[in-house]
Design a protein. Structure first.
Length: 245
């Protein structure tokens, strides 16, 4: 048994603090259910706190989720320190880990928002290859809610250029990858998109949803909300015959 558990894995998910990852994930899932982001059992949330990774389980009604339903992983060994007997690990797990590995994120959110799905379908119908593989939008105020690199670090690891939030006249770009039959099979394409788009704060999955990350829960939530607003706006602009770029 790892020293993290103090010989009892339940100590990892027991806390009166509402911001404790096990409590926070449960509350976020209820909020996201109300927003229509995690209908049914789809979607999920993960939080990394130091060397522990907290993960919502697979197949659980998100509005019913409780702290005791959480999986807890050792970040260094990638071994589970806590595995609820009645549940399976989320198929999103390797994609969440990719955000922690390649972006230094502290939280990753996966939604099945209708607006995220619809915007990928609009892009899919474009005759322009670049538009089909990337959602881009500019000169909309809510773009200011998105950080370059998505996790708010001081530098891009390979470029060394200082980061910060996007401005009104900047262009927000979110790569779009193709869906697969099984969620975990998206991992390679998601990692490739992260490497090819070092400033992206999220990755859209065509006909599926979106993965969004941030340096902590607050930033990940802010970016998920900002992006969903922008996706919804783009879909409505498209329906009115307006261009969103």
């Amino acid at each position: 048994m790892s020293a993290h558990t103090d010989q009892d894995p339940d100590v990892l998910i027991t806390s009166p603090d509402p911001m404790h990852p096990a409590n926070h994930i449960s509350e976020l899932c209820r909020k996201f259910y109300d927003l229509g982001w995690v209908t049914g059992t789809g979607g999920g949330v993960s939080i990394r706190k130091e060397d522990l990774v907290y993960l919502a389980p697979s197949g659980v009604q998100k509005e019913m989720m409780q702290p005791e339903d959480m999986f807890v992983m050792d970040w260094k060994t990638k071994e589970y320190l806590r595995r609820p007997l009645n549940y399976k690990p989320s198929a999103c797990t390797p994609l969440f880990l990719a955000a922690y590995t390649h972006r230094g994120a502290g939280c990753c959110i996966h939604t099945h928002s209708q607006w995220a799905v619809l915007v990928t379908l609009i892009c899919e119908s474009s005759p322009d290859w670049a538009t089909r593989t990337c959602f881009s939008i500019k000169e909309i105020e809510q773009i200011k809610g998105i950080s370059r690199g998505g996790s708010g670090s001081d530098e891009i690891a390979e470029g060394g250029r200082k980061l910060g939030n996007l401005g009104f006249f900047d262009t927000l770009r979110i790569p779009i990858i193709e869906n697969t039959a099984h969620e975990e099979d998206l991992t390679g394409a998601l990692e490739q998109a992260m490497l090819a788009w070092p400033e992206c704060a999220a990755v859209l999955v065509r006909r599926h949803g979106v993965y969004v990350w941030g340096k902590d829960v607050g930033q990940a939530k802010t970016q998920a909300e900002s992006l969903d607003y922008l996706f919804q706006l783009a879909v409505r602009m498209h329906g009115m015959g307006l261009k969103w770029t």
